[in-house]
Design a protein. Structure first.
Length: 502
């Protein structure tokens, strides 16, 4: 069928999306350039078509619907999905951002420099940390799925799965697929896990720095050979990613710690990959947002984001990585309106060493509490399940008088003069932050993004660096949530914090 896809150029799918140009595909799927409406104007987009049996169509659509509910600045957004047919062939489709180029198109010409590799790695780690906290795995980390959209690096999202979900019938095994997912290695259905993403990331890291895949040794249970020429910290990271035993690989937070020059925290426990996991039902949008997710801390995210912004210009300037030729075909990523420039939150003082110990102890306490919850999948493998169990957080805190928390450290977004001069009136952005028992921000999300992606992202990144004096109940620190209301004018930026829980 792969020879048929290009013949469909010019077809209109469902009377709505015209297939403008064939961008690439395989036997059962293809990607075309198309257009979608954004207000009154057409915007370029990519549309992926999959020829799928009717009994599997709902499963695929449910995966896309769940992925579309995720939001991260370096994750390709999914706009619309559905069923249709062309020339009698039943199809499911998803419309997404369209990027100019992907990393796989750069590597045949040259390897990345260490600075470029660091920026790429920081971006992908930030995305994987977010996905794993939300209970998803990427499952397809490789250069072709790391893209340039405007002045940003982004990672594909059309192949996301729930952690613990059983693999489809495995076909050809690629170097990017973890060895535990190979056909016949385990005589039971294999399940997808965050450790699989770590393996794929290790392979991708070696390839981006050497233009070659790591050498896989034929001896049974031997780890791949990692080139000794790799500079540190990449050599150490690659070695700890490319371990055949999934439970021995570093986690995403450990990799981020090593990238930033900090000693990675030891694994708390080795959790077996679940094998009896039900296939997810079609996604349903939540009526109300659960009160919190027992996610791990994001203390490594801000340094990675700051480093990423500083080297992003080097990646995409001059003979740009992901921009090395002008006649390249577009690939699935977005052409949504880019911000003027990436916003950089103000640098804050590094956290004293003892805070790492506190955060680590807090993580242990969270995982011990999570392990007692009656969920079918371990909490660290599938935290989305725990998310449902924690909707009544206030009822679980110690009894006693409530003492509200306080703001201990404000971080104001830095706004370029050119962006501030474009403001007419007031730009309002509301960011909700969840705060742990030590007063650190666990996660932040936009409650109201306002009219500008630039200011929304600036507010979100600044909010993640705030610190709080934790709220207490009966003398004990408890989890809390705050609403930070940012107001940008042509003269100044103000923030009004309000504690919402407890």
């Amino acid at each position: 069928m792969s020879n048929t896809w290009k013949q469909w150029e010019g077809e209109i799918l469902g009377g709505k999306f015209q297939l403008l140009r064939f961008l690439g595909g395989a036997e059962h799927c293809a990607v075309f350039l198309t257009e979608r409406r954004e207000g009154e104007r057409p915007v370029k987009a990519a549309i992926k078509l999959i020829s799928v049996a009717p009994e599997n169509a709902e499963l695929q659509l449910s995966r896309w619907q769940q992925a579309a509910e995720l939001s991260h600045p370096h994750l390709i957004p999914l706009y619309e999905m559905g069923r249709s047919e062309i020339r009698g062939v039943p199809l499911v489709y998803v419309v997404m951002e369209c990027a100019e180029e992907n990393l796989a198109q750069v590597l045949p010409d040259r390897a990345l420099t260490p600075d470029e590799a660091r920026a790429m790695l920081a971006c992908v780690l930030d995305v994987l940390a977010y996905l794993h906290r939300k209970g998803f795995v990427h499952g397809h980390i490789k250069p072709a799925n790391i893209m340039a959209s405007g002045d940003e690096l982004k990672v594909s999202s059309d192949g996301l799965r729930r952690a613990g979900e059983s693999l489809d019938s495995p076909g050809y095994q690629t170097a990017y697929d973890p060895p535990e997912n190979a056909r016949g290695v385990i005589p039971v259905p294999q399940a997808m896990s965050p450790a699989g993403d770590v393996w794929s990331l290790g392979v991708t890291l070696v390839e981006t720095l050497t233009q070659n895949l790591p050498v896989v040794r034929t001896e049974e249970q031997q780890d791949p050979l990692v080139p000794q020429s790799l500079p540190e910290p990449f050599l150490d990271i690659a070695r700890h990613c490319l371990l055949r035993r999934a439970e021995g690989r570093w986690s995403v937070p450990q990799i981020a710690a090593r990238l930033e020059g900090r000693a990675p925290m030891p694994q708390i426990e080795n959790i077996p990959i679940p094998i009896n996991v039900q296939t997810p039902l079609p996604a349903q949008r939540p009526i109300a947002r659960p009160s919190r997710t027992p996610a791990k801390h994001r203390s490594y995210a801000m340094p990675a984001a700051i480093g990423f912004v500083l080297v992003l210009a080097a990646i995409l300037a001059g003979p740009k990585v992901l921009r090395h030729r002008t006649d390249v075909a577009q690939v699935p990523a977005s052409t949504g309106e880019p911000p003027l420039v990436p916003a950089t939150p103000k640098q804050v003082a590094p956290t004293p060493p003892e805070s790492s110990t506190k955060e680590y102890s807090s993580s242990i306490a969270e995982e011990e509490r999570s392990s007692k919850a009656p969920v079918p999948v371990p909490a660290l493998i599938h935290p989305g399940t725990m998310h449902e169990e924690e909707t009544n957080t206030v009822a679980r805190v110690p009894a006693g008088s409530v003492i509200h928390g306080e703001v201990a450290q404000r971080v104001m977004p830095e706004v370029l003069p050119s962006a501030r001069n474009s403001i007419r009136g007031t730009v309002r952005v509301n960011v909700k932050v969840n705060v742990d028992r030590s007063g650190n921000v666990e996660d932040a999300e936009l409650e109201s993004s306002g009219p500008s992606k630039y200011f929304a992202r600036a507010a979100l990144e600044a909010a993640q660096a705030w610190k709080f004096k934790p709220a207490t109940v009966g003398g004990h620190g408890v989890l809390s949530s705050w609403m930070l209301r940012f107001e940008f004018t042509s003269d100044q930026t103000t923030v009004v914090p309000t504690q919402e829980m407890p």
